[in-house]
Design a protein around this ligand. Structure first.
Ligand SMILES: Cc1ncc(COP(=O)(O)O)c(C=O)c1O
Length: 374
């Protein structure tokens, strides 16, 4: 494998700007030796609830756990069906399966990469209990249509905002529009933590109480277990770190948006010539650019050629979820044509706040040369 000229993603650059602020806070927690939950977690939950604009923000062990906690709080039962996207990270589907419910896939719109609400009707059955749309790559799904459909058919909506903290749809934040939301703090996310972490969001007091109970073994009174929960508590060090980072999140997103704009401007001729398709911010959306994913023919060859020039790229996602080996027995088949179209052509270009202008220029030059416009 060729050596890359710079990394696809690099957290060490950001950490250098935070170090002085972070280290005393973390040391203080070590002095106290109070590592699980406590004030740091409560303060972060308060701050992040305000940031997202929800009444309740409940931290937990991971974005995957946030989805499972939310589904269980929403009362999902074995055999229930949940409408979801075939084009996402696997966890949006595995969370449904972990609750012994059945994911029913609804194809996506190529523009925006998210679930196509016009296809919801065709997937509805008597067993349908809810919709789990994913706000992929940093942009919200078409929530107006999804929420209207859910209301008409009395379904819950659980937003998978794992990749999209701070994204907005009609001025409302990802994770604040449905019955519940789930966020991930995996380090590669826009608000990346010091390890694993997740968040359940809701405006509903009852659902919040249920999620909190499930997070601690279903235990309100010590050693009395009212429901079957598990341990999904959050750590004080992680919460303290996220709380510091939250203050800078909007500034980092601005940097991401500048890079996205530069790529979009520079590649617009290639798009006009039909050589690639650019991601775009759809009307009424505030995109937070967790990824900048283009669609391009001969993706694997392009990727290999860029790699040989030392330009890093990645693929989100090379397979649709229904085509995953683990789901083979469920017999879905790779029949979701828009999702498949994207899985075959998606190529993510480097985008993170500290990516330098010269590095951006190298990506731009290499891809222009590769597509023969220079
Ligand atoms: C769309 C989506 N959903 C859920 C998750 C799960 O989050 P975590 O990795 O924190 O469990 C991720 C993480 O990559 C994700 O991208």
């Amino acid at each position: 494998m060729a050596t890359m000229k710079f990394p696809f993603f690099d957290l060490t650059r950001q950490y250098q700007t935070l170090k002085e602020e972070v280290e005393p806070v973390i040391l203080k927690i070590f002095e106290k030796q109070a590592f699980v939950m406590g004030d740091e977690v409560s303060f972060f939950e308060r701050d992040v609830a305000k940031y997202i604009g929800v009444k309740h923000a409940i931290t937990c062990s991971s974005g995957t756990d946030a989805l499972v906690l939310a589904l269980k709080a929403l009362g999902i039962k074995p055999g229930d069906e949940v409408l979801t996207t075939p084009y996402s990270f696997f966890a949006s589907t595995s969370a449904i399966l972990l609750c012994e419910a059945r994911p029913v896939f609804v194809d996506i719109k190529r523009d925006g990469y998210n679930l196509d609400p016009t296809k919801l009707e065709g997937a509805l059955t008597k067993k349908t209990k809810g919709i789990l749309p994913v706000h992929l790559f940093g942009q919200c799904a078409d929530m107006e249509a999804i929420l209207a459909f859910a209301k008409k058919h009395n379904l819950f909506v659980l937003e998978d905002a794992a990749q999209s903290i701070g994204a907005k749809y009609a001025s409302k934040s990802a994770g604040s529009m449905g019955d519940m939301g789930a966020v991930s703090f995996y380090p590669t996310k826009n608000l990346g933590g010091a390890g694993e972490g997740g968040l359940v969001t809701t405006n509903d007091d009852v659902l919040a109480e249920k999620a909190k109970l499930l997070r601690v073994h279903g235990m309100k009174v010590r050693y009395t277990h009212d429901v079957l929960g598990w341990n999904s508590r959050h750590d004080a060090t992680k919460a303290a770190y996220l709380r510091i980072k939250l203050k800078y999140l909007d500034g980092w997103v601005k940097q991401r948006a500048l890079i996205a704009k530069r790529y979009s401007d520079e590649f617009s001729q290639l798009e006009k010539a039909g050589k690639l398709q650019l991601p775009r911010q759809l009307d009424g959306n505030h995109h937070v650019w967790n990824q900048f994913t283009i669609l391009i023919e001969n993706r694997d060859v392009v990727r290999k050629n860029l790699e040989e020039k030392g330009i890093p790229t990645d693929i989100y996602y090379p397979k649709t979820i229904p085509a995953q080996p683990v789901l083979k027995e469920l017999g879905y088949g790779d029949i979701y044509s828009e999702a498949k179209y994207c899985a075959d052509r998606a190529l993510a270009l480097p985008i993170f706040p500290e990516l330098t202008e010269s590095e951006q220029a190298q990506v731009i030059d290499a891809l222009k040369k590769e597509k023969g416009s220079r």
